[in-house]
Design a protein around this ligand. Structure first.
Ligand code: FEO
Ligand code: CA
Ligand code: CA
Ligand code: CA
Length: 633
């Protein structure tokens, strides 16, 4: 609470070394187990996952989705041994999601493969229980659900619901949408619901038809008028993903969606009041007067940071009344300035309301650009451009310190910073040069920036900010002036790049997850595979200690984090092991063999060795201390 001294957190675990091995590394005295793999059963009648990836769409509908990202453990009656694990499934990797004859030979592509892909993305709800030895799925639980991109009916709520821009041939009401996909980070509310954040939704749309006109809005959001790439291809068999057939469908995605995991019959709600962009995560806190505040990042190069402030107040005694808090309120976008001095990696900031009355940089009210608040929200990025928001180095997760209310954001990297290239669809806005919050051209490493709202009130309109850490490489870069070595809290012992996932535990330890370059070479020598680190923000102003806690297997990112209420178990996701792209350490093998050759994880951790053939699988890892203590302490 404001005014009280922050308790100083501590960490006693021994840092782990960087690793390029195809395995999980945890500190001495810690153990881990693999749970909730792609394809694991969600129901008693789920077909057993086939290691050659020949499961069809009907099987996938009964199985765990792929590419796990944000997640949250909802305890049942406060239990640390029984709860609902809600997990985002962000996308698929065609190289190992499909059998070899599908990913190699395009002629085998058909409607069932599209449906299988759609049913592997979205959100799963899984009732899990610790039986004294292992975490097991309660397969006959009514809570288990696959809320996927194909089958799950949802409602649009808030000011843009029913807007003409959100109407389609299939839904003339503009309020009913099937599915969620591109589910990246997450959040959770003070009333026990889950928030899933739709991120790279535009990649799923395309067309094989010639001559489709693009618009400024489509360019601003990155909607293509050509065929989507091999990771998607949904428009080939589902016309709502064909922008020539359904030009409005893409605008019905790219929202934050609220899910009540405790009501299996409930329809998820797409919350238009929270804005339309490439949502990373959602960090909820309370303003001084108990209105609800949600911090959000738009993850693309040179995009913005937002916050939503509800009109009405949170009432802890009336959970039902809180269910509409995210439908009415004000969306703000952040402007960061260098403050009194440039070059000191700190400054001032302000929140600009995205409402029709706000006057933009050109002296005109936003009401002259948008006919109503619904249109403004569908075109959130254009409104933010008009008021002069600060382009950031790809805003990923945001987290609020549980004791100090200080807010932290990962800015993962930005190859276009300082390039002077025009940003598409912005009517001439360019990728900007460096500033104190984004201080490196072509930023390969990323940074974590933090701010304190004026008066410690999350609803304030101004804030002070500083850089908590610039990731970098002091072994490679000896010239301090270019900042590529990183801040003093980076050393040879904790090298990392592209911070992404971010969350605080109850004691104020900051858990940092990476989705970066794992070549372990050049700029990234000594970084090893993607990893998770723990930081103590308050050790010394601006110089908080950071220690490596976990390293993932080959080709993965580490993302998503949640704890049991006693903080004796931490759950993290290993997303896309084996995804190597044009990676320099990728093996020289045929497309049929490639993914299995680069990573076989978690094959060696599968007790039953159930015939994966070495096919890598996204999965959740639970980590605990052998002595039963609080993880990270
Ligand atoms: Fe899905 Fe920005 O990470
Ligand atoms: Ca400054
Ligand atoms: Ca991410
Ligand atoms: Ca990322």
């Amino acid at each position: 609470a404001a005014g009280s001294a922050a308790p100083v957190s501590a960490m006693s675990f021994k840092a782990v070394a960087a690793s390029t091995d195809d395995k999980i590394v945890v500190p001495e005295g810690y153990r881990y187990a693999v749970i909730n793999r792609w394809g694991d059963p969600l129901f008693t009648d789920s077909p057993k996952w086939k290691g050659d990836a020949t499961d069809d769409a009907a099987a996938q509908a009964r199985q765990m989705g792929d590419n796990h990202d944000g997640m949250h453990y909802f305890p049942i009656n406060g239990s640390s041994t029984e709860g609902l694990m809600v997990t985002n499934h962000e996308y698929i990797n065609p190289a190992y999601f499909f059998p070899a004859n599908v990913r190699v030979a395009g002629e085998n592509w058909n409607e069932d493969w599209v449906k299988k892909s759609q049913r592997a993305q979205g959100v799963s709800v899984k009732h899990i229980r610790h039986d004294g030895k292992d975490w097991k799925t309660v397969l006959d639980s009514n809570y288990n659900r696959s809320i996927n991109a194909l089958d799950a009916e949802m409602v649009l709520t808030g000011p843009a619901a029913g807007h003409a821009l959100l109407k389609t041939n299939a839904d003339p009401s503009g309020t009913v949408v099937f599915g969620t996909f591109g589910n990246c980070g997450n959040g959770y509310t003070l009333w026990d619901t889950y928030l899933t954040c739709e991120e790279n939704v535009t990649d799923y749309f395309g067309t094989e038809k010639e001559g489709v006109q693009s618009s400024t809005l489509m360019q601003r959001y990155g909607v293509a008028t050509k065929a989507s790439n091999d990771s998607y291809r949904w428009e080939t068999h589902d016309k709502r993903f064909d922008v020539a057939e359904e030009p409005n469908e893409w605008m019905r995605h790219g929202w934050i969606v609220e899910i009540d995991p405790f009501d299996p019959e409930s329809k998820p709600r797409k919350l238009t009041a929270l804005g339309h962009f490439k949502h990373e995560n959602a960090a909820m806190t309370l303003a001084a007067d108990k209105r609800v505040v949600v911090y959000m990042g738009d993850d693309q190069r040179s995009e913005y940071i937002y916050k939503f402030v509800s009109d009405d107040k949170f009432d802890p005694a009336n959970k039902a009344a809180n269910r509409t808090l995210l439908d009415k309120g004000t969306l703000y976008v952040a402007r960061f300035t260098d403050g009194e001095q440039a070059g000191d990696l700190k400054g001032k900031g302000e929140w600009i309301a995205l409402t029709l009355d706000t006057v933009g940089l050109n002296g005109k009210k936003l009401g002259e650009l948008f006919t109503d608040q619904g249109e403004l929200l569908v075109k959130t990025r254009l409104a933010a451009d008009a008021v002069g928001a600060t382009p950031m180095d790809r805003p990923e997760w945001i987290a609020v310190h549980p004791h100090t209310q200080e807010v932290y954001v990962t800015l993962t990297n930005n190859s276009d910073r300082g390039s002077d290239k025009e940003r598409k669809g912005t009517n001439g806005l360019k990728h900007p040069g460096i500033d104190d919050a984004n201080p490196r051209a072509k930023n390969p490493y990323g940074q974590i920036v933090r701010w304190n709202e004026s008066g410690k009130d999350a609803a304030a309109s101004e804030f002070d900010w500083d850089v908590f850490v610039l990731a970098g490489n002091p072994d490679v870069h000896k010239e301090p002036a270019n900042l590529m070595a990183g801040t003093p809290n980076i050393s040879a012992q904790n090298l990392f790049n592209s911070p992404d996932g971010l969350a605080f535990d109850k004691d104020g330890r900051l858990w940092i997850q990476t989705d970066g370059n794992f070549s372990d070479a050049g700029n990234f020598a000594g970084n090893g595979n993607n990893q998770m680190l723990v930081a103590i923000p308050e050790t010394e102003a601006g110089k908080g200690e950071i220690r490596r806690f976990l390293v993932g297997p080959s080709g993965c990112e580490i993302t998503g984090i949640t704890w049991t209420p006693d903080y004796k178990a931490v759950f993290v996701n290993v997303q896309h092991p084996g995804e190597y792209g044009k990676h320099p350490r990728a093996p020289k093998v045929t497309p049929q063999e490639a993914p299995m050759a680069f990573s076989k994880w978690p094959m060696d951790d599968n007790e039953d060795k159930e015939g994966s053939g070495g096919r890598p699988r996204s999965a959740t890892v639970v980590v605990w201390r052998e002595d039963g203590g609080v993880v990270g302490a």
